[in-house]
Design a protein around this ligand. Structure first.
Ligand SMILES: [Cu+2]
Length: 136
């Protein structure tokens, strides 16, 4: 009896923690959405800088999720097609578009050498709103 009553608070605490840290229904649905939305290749803009437009959607995905580019300067224009704010940051570098609100766009210009560079939306890492830049 004494052991049983002592256990109850632990169970209640565990449930409370689950409720506090669990995903919302919408976010758990997004976590099941395909992460790979295809690839796109950056092309030279009028100023000669290679550029690509990436949309950030209400489905919490970047499209395309894979960006192919050549070594050198790359400009990524993030277009937020939804209403939820997003950003696009080269993972671990601090280089970011900053927060882009729904219907707005922002850019990030980076200089990259050959390799693979992961990027992410720092607001939605939990549902893997992320992609990869492949520089050849
Ligand atoms: Cu986001």
């Amino acid at each position: 009896m004494g052991r049983r009553t002592a256990r109850v608070p632990a169970v209640v605490l565990a449930l409370a923690l689950l409720a506090a840290t669990g995903c919302s229904n919408r976010e758990s649905a997004q976590a099941r959405a395909p992460r790979d939305t295809g690839s796109g290749t950056a092309a030279a803009a009028a100023d000669g800088v290679q550029e690509i437009m990436v949309s950030g959607s209400e489905q919490l995905r970047f499209t395309p999720s894979t960006i192919e580019a050549h070594a050198g300067v790359l400009r990524i224009i993030l277009v937020n097609t939804g209403t939820t704010p997003h950003d696009l940051q080269l993972t671990g570098t601090g280089q970011s578009t900053g927060l882009i609100r729904g219907g707005e766009q922002g850019r990030i210009t980076v200089t990259l050498t050959h390799g693979r560079y992961p990027f992410e939306c720092t607001l939605h890492t939990r549902v893997h709103m992320a992609g990869t830049i492949i520089v050849s």
